[in-house]
Design a binder for this molecule. Structure first.
Ligand code: FPP
Length: 225
């Protein structure tokens, strides 16, 4: 069976650029370019949910120049892609603490959400200023503020940014690193993980198909037998 929800840790942009004698920013640009093909292929296959880890809460601590570049690249991506994504029936949702971005960026992000909110062919989550622990803390605080003194698994799931969506079946991390890096901590309890040494800008549709074929060999037991 194909996964319903695939999440991507798009790692290795910097190393991709360094290997070519380019600035790290060129790697981020190439990484951004790579997203489109992955979305289109997922849509063709009928994969309904994709989540992209585009900027972690911790990424704000990178050198100001790199953060500044990403702060231009992110709104530019939505400006450029929104028309095609809308035509493809994509619904765009941001997950993360968007309030950490400047007002103009927040506006671009919320407009992308607003323009696509009635679409239903494919759901795209962009994790921005996102941290899995922060997301859980936020959910618990919301539940406390609502007066709860005891919570269920479902209560917490419903208070996460991904409320109402299936958990990721498959989490793909590129670039050879094998860690979770504060991504979808609650939601990935039973996710399958796929690690590849390919850098994100080179993670082609063929590589994606390899990951999907690998996933299809897995025996998912969810703790049972
Ligand atoms: C990891 O590569 C990647 C990031 C920190 C950002 C990912 C961002 C993009 C692909 C572009 C922005 C996305 C959107 C949706 C507009 P790295 O810099 O950690 O690479 P390295 O580990 O090789 O240094």
């Amino acid at each position: 069976m194909l996964p319903k929800h695939v999440a991507f840790i798009m790692d290795g942009n910097g190393r991709w650029a360094a290997e070519r004698g380019l600035e790290r920013t060129a790697g981020h640009r190439a990484g951004t370019e790579n997203i489109r093909g992955i979305i289109r292929h997922s849509k063709d296959l009928g994969i309904k949910y994709l989540t992209f880890y585009a900027f972690s809460a911790e990424n704000f601590s990178r050198p100001a120049e790199e953060v500044g570049f990403l702060m231009k690249l992110i709104p530019e991506f939505f400006h450029r892609e929104i028309r095609e994504l809308t035509q493809e029936g994509a619904r765009i949702q941001m997950i993360g603490d968007i309030s950490q971005f400047s007002r103009p960026i927040q506006l671009v992000l919320s407009q992308a959400e607003k323009l696509t909110k009635h679409n239903d062919t494919i759901i795209l989550n962009f994790a921005l200023a996102y941290g899995g622990r922060q997301e859980i803390v936020r959910a618990v605080n919301q539940l406390l503020q609502s007066g709860k003194i005891e919570v269920t698994d479902q209560d917490i799931s419903d208070a996460l940014y991904t409320s109402g969506m299936p958990d990721p079946d498959l989490v793909i991390r590129t670039s050879g690193e094998q860690r979770v890096s504060n991504f979808l901590l609650y939601q990935s309890a039973y996710s399958e993980f796929y690690f590849t040494s390919i850098y994100w800008p080179d993670f082609s549709v063929t590589e994606f198909d390899n990951a999907l074929a690998d996933y299809q060999q897995r025996k998912r037991r969810f703790g049972g037998l």
